[in-house]
Design a protein around this ligand. Sequence first.
Ligand SMILES: [Zn+2]
Length: 468
Amino acid sequence: MNSWTSRRMAARLGATAFMVAVAVAVPPQAWAAEGFVAGAPGLGDPFFPLAGNGGYDVTNYSIELGYDPATRHLDGTTTIAATATQNLSRFDLDLRGFDVSRVAVNGRPATFNRDGQELVITPQAGLRSGRPFTVVVSYAGVPTVITDPDGSIEGWVPTDDGAFVVGEPQGSPGWYPVNDNPRDKATYDIRVAVPDGLTVMANGVLVSRTSSSGRTTFVWRESSPMAPYLATATLGRFDLTQYNLDSGLPVYIAVDPTLSSAAVLKKLPDIFAFYSSIFGPYPFDAVGAIVDDAKNVGYSLETQTKPVFDRVPDEATLAHELAHMWYGDSATLSTWPDIWLHEGFATWSEWIWSEYNGRKSADQYFDNLYNNPPQDTAFWTPPPGNPGTPAFMFNGTIYYRGAMTLQALREKVGDTTFFRILRDWAAENRHGNVTTPQFIALAERDSGLNLQQFFDIWLYQPAKPTSW
Ligand SMILES: [Zn+2]
């Protein structure tokens, strides 16, 4: 449990107060006297301080889009259900690009202006702390592709036949107005209309697929809490295969028909079963993969329930992204400098999948990297617990030294305790947010050992660990 979980609980309990909130709306002349103030433009993340906004907590996004790949024009109406966490005279959403035509709060037109990535909204009446409210934003235009501090691209990235839609760490405002911070998880309804013949792949389960007047509308529902950067609406020409696992869990596999062979995806049920056996119950109500031809993007991403791949993945990459469902998507970092909690875990998961199949063991991966690191001294910095700048958050050391940290922990505490730590971490933080100190505390609790020095050496010292 953590404070953000508690906030979501409070938001759900507050849903019954909606009508009351409208009835007792506070007029502008009384705002100052009653302590109504503007919500903060950001949540102060050390790497992306303006991502996310203060003063409210989102419970659901309902995103309705129309997109035509020929013109690259996107029409959007996004409805956000939220709860105020302070008395608000004004609040922000994050949105990059687009012309905004209309904003309404609780059904009444609101004034708004744009300030960089901030969409600043002033409702006609103040919003009381603890009360739910709704925001509707209508917008349109050609989406702007976002370039990250490390030079990679994200957001709504056009492809030959559609769009490759990825949001880590700051691409979501490139296609919908959002409280773009991983601590504000919400459920999602994603409805996208595209020309007939194209397929839209989004998170969760496929609710409906209907065609009329030359356009097909796909409706997806993600009913588990999701961090904004994990949303997708990747679209294009896809062969979509749907089947159920023995448990009844629906599997959605979408493959761009121009790609040669995606036979590796037949491994998905086995990888899924293995991870479920060592990490604990799968946290979501659908699983799958989206394999597109978008090699200019240069990476794959663990979009919730269905990782998206820019090419046919190899088996290790498929295993990596599926492991993120437990470590990253369900147990999600609270601030971006803790990215090793995602990437170290997913990389170590590649190793244990290899070990389970009788191939190279996690110990052998560790030894090879320890004795023959790819770039000698530069391999060890920055340390995984402190990338230093957002340009280094996807640096190889975050992945490899992060995974080595877990393997070193495994050897220190033994397999029985180590696998209990992994399961407890997933179970106790299911659909929640986490920090590195929380992981260290859990590892110490489960092992009964003082691990402060161990983790300091492995996570925070900018040098090759020599004794631990
Ligand atoms: Zn990863």
